[in-house]
Unconditional design. Structure first.
Length: 489
């Protein structure tokens, strides 16, 4: 298949903590002269997606499970088997005439990302806080549905939903840097070689590119579970996923900033407020005063949310987490979230010295969090890295801590497409090298035949010359002898 002829069809899966996004795209062009016109790098109707110099035409996309048409809520009763089964049906339904050229899956973790580890590759590992997903094989059924098993497995790639978008962001921003240098006829003194991608959603994940290569090592980065410095007087008792997490989820980035943790913090705050309200009512004989009663607006918002607070309705419930979208920008929850994310950013800057930190995920749809994170990073750094030009002023953090290049489409899905594209191109390069080796062998064999033929012709020519010389010499000798005989007579 030739990408230039629009014949390469890519299958992509973003396996998130709550939903899976599945998509099919056709590689429509790969030209270094094509430059993305906007920050999101996709056109107005989101059908064209740019990753560096490559443009993808999005043909089919679906979310599993999809939101309820009436309530707009995400169903909370789908099993992993049902989600994977629907994903397989999607790819079979939209199977291209010549099949899929490659498949990329960017999954939540912890997951097996080493192809050499046959028992774990493509599966969710036992350490996952999502109990129902532990040990689930995501890769095998989907690659079979795409017809990419056996010899075609070389065109299948599986990585985390953090490492995949990290590499996509890195390649795309390197390309943008090259375009800017070409247009200005200048060369950057600091070419991009490192980048970190942080997703803050149901959980918190980190993807790292260092020295232009994605980091795997023992497993893959799990930076969402590092400890942080909480805000003063933080009374949050920890999130429900902590039992199976490092530090038991106490005072970690994910244990504070994930949507699960933020929802459970909100529940704890509401329970404390209700308890205080009851205590006041009891102390005043049931006639509450205006000073301690909640505002009318807040009561209305809580009534509209229609979410009861009980032991079975926690942050692990997707419908409960919807409350976060209704909270105002000045709600204290966003202070705790931005502090945790800022702690992670500072740790990454100090440990890896990465040049870019890209923030994505559902929590980052709250735009105000970006400025809150940068401000908190500046405070936490405490002037220690002022000698670094990019960190010498708080305003310059806007070029270091940035948003995703594909916010409208979703970095996880773009990362999955980048995995598929990379697998397809690598396999094509290997085939080209094999053809080159075959051609070289054919050429060598042909050359040997030609050399042998030329040697035979040369041998025959030399033999003919020698025979001719011999005959000539013989004739001269005979004539000389006959001449002497005649003279004697």
């Amino acid at each position: 298949m030739n990408m230039a002829d629009n014949k390469a069809y890519l299958a992509a899966v973003e396996g998130g903590g709550t939903t899976f996004v599945v998509s099919v795209a056709c590689v429509s062009s790969s030209s270094s002269s094509s430059v993305a016109k906007n920050n999101n790098n996709n056109d107005e109707n989101n059908n064209i997606l740019s990753i560096g110099c490559t443009k993808l035409h999005l043909l089919h996309t679906a979310t599993i499970p999809k939101r309820d048409d009436v309530t707009g809520e995400i169903p909370n009763n789908y099993t992993p088997e049902e989600i994977i089964s629907e994903a397989c049906s999607f790819f079979r339904t939209h199977l291209p005439p010549d099949g899929y050229s490659a498949l990329g899956i960017a999954s939540f973790g912890p997951a097996g990302v080493d192809p050499k580890s046959k028992d774990q590759y493509g599966k969710i590992l036992s350490g996952s806080p999502k109990k129902q997903w532990r040990g689930v094989d995501i890769l095998s059924p989907i690659k079979e549905a795409c017809g990419l098993s056996g010899e075609l497995e070389k065109r299948v790639a599986f990585d985390t939903d953090c490492n995949a978008p990290a590499m996509a962001e890195f390649k795309h921003r390197c390309w943008q840097q090259q375009q800017q240098e070409q247009s200005s006829n200048t060369s950057s003194s600091k070419p991009l070689t490192s980048l970190s991608y942080i997703t803050i959603g149901t959980g918190v994940g980190v993807g790292l590119v260092l020295n232009s290569q994605p980091l795997h090592g023992l497993l893959h980065p799990e930076g969402g579970h590092i400890c942080i410095q909480p805000l003063p007087d933080d009374k949050f008792t920890g999130y429900s996923w902590g039992a199976k997490s490092p530090y038991k989820g106490m005072g970690t980035v994910e244990g504070v900033a994930s949507s699960v943790a933020l929802t459970e913090r909100w529940i704890q705050m509401e329970q404390e407020r209700e308890m205080a309200k009851k205590l006041y009512a009891k102390g005043s004989g049931g006639s509450g005063g205006n000073g301690s009663s909640p505002s009318k607006k807040r009561d209305e918002e809580q009534e509209q949310s229609k979410i009861s607070i009980n032991d079975n309705n926690n942050g692990d419930n997707a419908q409960t987490r919807e409350i976060l979208s209704t909270l105002p920008n000045n709600h204290p929850i966003w202070l705790h979230a931005s502090n945790a994310i800022a702690n992670l950013c500072v740790s990454l800057l100090l440990l890896t010295s990465c040049q870019k930190i890209v923030l994505g995920g559902g929590i980052m749809k709250r735009d105000i969090v970006y400025s809150m994170v940068r401000s908190r990073v500046w405070t936490l750094l405490n002037g220690y890295l002022d000698s670094v030009e990019e960190l010498s002023d708080e305003r310059k953090l806007e070029d270091v801590i940035v948003g995703s290049s594909w916010e409208e489409v979703g970095s996880g899905l773009v990362g999955a497409f980048a995995l598929a594209l990379d697998a397809y191109e690598k396999d094509g390069e290997e085939e080209g090298e094999e053809e080159g080796r075959t051609s070289l062998l054919d050429s060598d064999a042909s050359g040997k035949k030609k050399t042998a033929s030329e040697s035979e012709e040369q041998r025959l020519f030399t033999s003919g010359v020698l025979v001719g010389i011999g005959l000539s010499f013989g004739c001269v000798l005979m004539m000389s002898l006959l001449g002497r005989g005649s003279a004697r007579r």
